[in-house]
Design a binder for this molecule. Structure first.
Ligand SMILES: [Fe+2]
Ligand SMILES: [Fe+2]
Length: 293
């Protein structure tokens, strides 16, 4: 089993230091096999915001935690046009990571991160054809028994983002990207960006999407919330490529608490979510999971 903490949208510059410290303490205590951070480390891609993010990440690394990180749209300068178009991720590469396509593999999982942040699209993301080729090539040599996980900042799929039926924009070239993910045999697609927790089978969102379970993380530490959904991150236990537990870890105003807990299993190509009763779990915060995903 692989234990993965999936955090997103840290947003140094619009963060709550108390929550940042609490997230670090939680990670140090629970010691996941891998900490995934799916972008938006900063609020405005400013040097001091990147410095704060780097200090935080270095403390996690110094504690012996393994990290897989990718940038988000907020890590591209918005107002500094020279930087935005000339070297959009210069500060990210300097302070956070030079690797924009990080890959992690152990005996159970293979995980690829792809950068979807672009200069031109401001807040919407995009995947290019080289990245789609990389996605297919990277997983071609992965042993069949391993769980294949893709991490992007912008989700590959349009999904509900409001209280009604409002749907988000999917990542640019999403039809090709979804096809590449299906060809690569992706089992789980992790993303952030909307500051909203969500889980759903890819096939429910797009036809011919392959068998992936799509899992969105909320914002872990930002003070900018969507629909007043509290800060949270996802705690994943990957038992097999067709059996995954997801527990949302929620900020309750004073500490991170165990939240909604769902065991997903895939049978005949369909993901089925079964709630796990947890007497210690916080009520209220739920993944938008269906009994039959
Ligand atoms: Fe964000
Ligand atoms: Fe974002």
């Amino acid at each position: 089993m692989a234990r993965i903490a999936h955090l997103s949208d840290i947003h140094f510059g619009a963060h709550d230091p108390k929550i940042v410290d609490a997230a670090e303490a939680w990670l140090q205590q629970h010691r996941p096999d891998l900490v995934v951070v799916s972008g938006d480390f900063t609020q405005r891609a400013k040097r001091d915001q990147f410095r704060q993010a780097a200090v935080w990440l270095n403390r996690l690394r110094a504690a012996g935690l393994k990290l897989l990180v990718i940038p988000g749209n907020h890590d591209v300068p918005l107002y500094n046009l020279v930087q935005r178009f000339g070297a959009p991720l210069r500060r990210y590469r300097r302070y956070i990571s030079n690797d924009l396509c990080p890959f992690f593999e152990n005996g159970e999982v293979a995980i690829l991160g792809l950068n979807t942040a672009r200069s031109l699209t401001i807040k919407d993301g995009r995947i290019n054809h080289d990245q789609m080729r990389l996605l297919r090539d990277r997983f071609a040599s992965v042993a069949p028994g391993k769980t294949r996980i893709l991490v992007t900042h912008h989700p590959l799929f349009a999904m509900p983002i409001g209280r009604g039926n409002e749907l988000s924009e999917a990542v640019g070239r999403h039809e090709d990207a979804v096809r590449a993910a299906a060809q690569a045999g992706i089992h789980i697609a992790l993303a952030g960006h909307f500051h909203r927790t969500y889980a759903e089978a890819a096939q429910k969102m797009v036809a011919h999407a392959g068998g992936a379970l799509v899992i969105q993380a909320g914002t872990a530490t930002s003070t900018r919330l969507r629909n007043a959904e509290p800060q949270s991150f996802n705690w994943l236990h990957v038992h097999r490529h067709d059996a995954v537990e997801l527990q949302v870890v929620v900020w309750d105003g004073a500490s991170f608490q165990r939240g909604h807990h769902v065991a997903y299993s895939q049978s005949d190509g369909e993901w089925i979510g079964q709630e796990i009763a947890d007497p210690l779990a916080q009520p209220g915060m739920r993944v938008a999971a269906k009994a039959r995903a």
